[in-house]
Design a protein around this ligand. Sequence first.
Ligand SMILES: [Zn+2]
Length: 596
Amino acid sequence: MSTPVLTAVAWPYANGPRHIGHVSGFGVPSDVFSRYMRMAGHRVLMVSGTDEHGTPISVQADKENLTARELADKYNRVIAEDLQGLGLSYDLFTRTTTGNHYKVVQDLFMALWRNGYIVPKTQMGAISPSTGRTLPDRYIEGTCPICGYDGARGDQCDNCGNQLDPADLINPKSRINGETPKFVETEHLFLDLPAFTETLGSWLSTRTEWRPNVLKFSQNLLDDLRPRAMTRDLDWGVPVPLDGWRDAPMKRFYVWFDAVIGYLSASVEWARRTGDADAWKEFWTPDAQGYYFMGKDNIVFHSLIWPALLLGQNGAGDKGGEPGAFGTLNLPTEVVSSEFLTMSGSKFSTSRGTVIYVRDFLRDFGPDTLRYFISVAGPENQDTDFTWEEFVRRTNFELANEWGNLVNRSVSMAHKNVGAIPKPTALTGEDIALREQARAAFGVVGDNLRRSRFKAAASEAMRVVSAANKYLSDQEPWKRKDDPERRDTILHTALQVVSDANTLLTPFLPHAAQKVHEALGGTGVWSAQPRIDEVTDLDVPERAYPILTGDYAAEQAKWESVDIEVGRPLAKPSPLFAKLDAELGDTGPEWAPIAP
Ligand SMILES: [Zn+2]
């Protein structure tokens, strides 16, 4: 049965290039899932983009002597190119600085406002005593009142990750001239989260399929929901569409509020670009399914805050209300969070120098080795160390020796002896057993992929590969010169299982899968890849930007065993995966990491 499936992928922050820890959390899992769901016959809409507002963008822009917009332009492109290189099959990868995004954010805000879920509150804000002007939060630094870190900023502590108020900082100082800011009363808007406690609680109690840690974590936070600041004294963000706010240069939506609405705005932009402006709706009605992919530090935004915004827009919190401009929007079906990929026990960190950029990795090792490593050995259930030793072992023993070698020797022997896919005659028990094992794997692997159990899925697919290798070693077709009928039957069986295993591995290894498809004599697009289009902003025609998109409906890969075609010509295959130098496992590559 075909269901509309929204794959909502966490938005990478555009203040620098992304490292392999980032893409192990949101990137590869969401793509493996989406590729499987398409192959299984569902209509999938996979959207995301770069998150480009907020203080860290402004801080980094200051460092690089760029405007915030110039900085966002730069890293939006770098990130889009890296994600394309990894083969992430977005229907639309856009950004939060588009005219469309601004409009969707403001429309959604207006629904919350009308339904009474926004509360104005006066708090203390900073001004510069020497100029009398508002000091944006990012220009105030001091000691974090929670963890004691002495470089905390006015809106957030980078050490403990807590959201702060400039007035909470101990020893606040202006980063512009070192003076102590003066605090005066300033008005901000707050989301009335407590008004959703009950609705969120009963909704969460229906989410029994979620990973238990995600559900428990979210339910524990329910008792302590407080109004959450959604505006900030800041000059880089989406303006607030209310009289008295609209033109205020230092009042903008907080970045968390605009970024999380990106899932909806990207869906709307995708629809507008297809020429059917309503096409997004089928992916957002309560009949659709919405899967959200992220690292664990983002769970709360997807399991509580985004659902609260959706409920408020729908008019379904304690205060009731009417659905806003978007009608009744669907809440997340599942929140799929990954743990952290670490290096020597620590989080990847640009500042500490323990970082592997996606771009460096792709240049030297290509996309599929990384996709495979993340899927089979990544941080699905617990923080997991990336080691070069393990990467080399997985690549050499599993991809090159097991899978690459199976493809290579079966196709080579058939090419050499027959020149085409051989014709089978009487099947033995061993032939039938192997074919049955491959066929049965579609159910098991597919079920695991649907539930985002990538390790189990990849391991099960590789079990078919191992069984086929053992079958070839046992049957020894190379010793059957005197019995070509039996030899051809063995080779036919092996090639059929190569074809099945290739289908099972396509979500993980889409680039290699295309090569195997061709090695088996296939033509056309087996697994489609994303491309970058340069487009004009739909609402601000003087702006242009790159998007990721693709024609995934054109791909041939379907989640089923397809009988190979006897007599189809075969060419001599080339190796599927290059073996890595074992020394790489001891030392890692000698890189001068590029910081684009
Ligand atoms: Zn702190």
